[in-house]
Design a protein around this ligand. Sequence first.
Ligand code: A2P
Length: 282
Amino acid sequence: MNPLEYTVRLNNGYEIPCVGFGTWQTPDGDTAVMAVSEAIKAGYRHIDTAACYENEVGVGQGIATSGIAREKLFVTSKVWNTERGYEKTLAAFEKSLSDLGLEYLDLYLIHWRASASHYDNWEEINLETWRAMTELYKAGKIKAIGVSNFLPHHMEALMKTEVPPMVNQIEYHPGLNQEETVAYCKQHGVLVEAWSPLGTGRMLNNGELKAIAAYYGKSVAQLCIRWCLQNGVVPLPKSVTPSRIAENAQVFDFIISEADMQKINAMPYFGGSGLHPDKVNF
Ligand code: A2P
């Protein structure tokens, strides 16, 4: 079996392939079409995009040209910050669906929480967005719903709703393993996904990671992806380079030892984007 088809079960029973293909910073048009087609050819069955990446049209064309049956793919998109609230979220969802050329999404996420520094009623705004997502979920237009870049205190109100989130997608890589958020999610049955599992490339020249990767005869990129998997986190590596897209899928033929996992888990902060959910200015 193609190991990229291995799945993890979400808290609503829906299955999500354990490695996704990231498309943040992938330009729309030919590049997005090529990258997504290459990924599907390499065996990826889980594609992650977002309205704000401005590449949903190309991602959708990549899916269409691959010729793969829709039900074999898991496709995620996200509602952007300017579209929060009930009515706007419903409209944003329809736009994403139409840009992607799809009839349903597997996963739809709130891209960033409305923050207390910007809005006195931030929690109410998040709940209104969530009400729209819940409605779309119940109508079968989305198979699973979740959040992205939410810290535990952003999640609390949503966890008490009729349909609590199934996923939280956060920045996650060596040097930024967000222990508190991951522990909260695990405790509440919310699957964690890793955006920038390679630190947007910033992991790749780290000496300690290079030494560990060399021991396994693997690249640092493969080590980081495998490290996510062994921590129960779904990695979403991004690449527009066919050889790297294929390389990043070769992560099922080695096991990182417990000692090395602990060594990587304990690495001090480095290589983060600096986009802290309580501090970002958007
Ligand atoms: P490119 O897209 O030009 O191939 P992340 O997934 O953490 O966001 O990291 C994505 C960045 O890492 C991109 O710049 C991507 O480059 C690069 N990258 C992805 N996979 C590899 C790899 N196997 N080796 C080296 N660089 C990689």
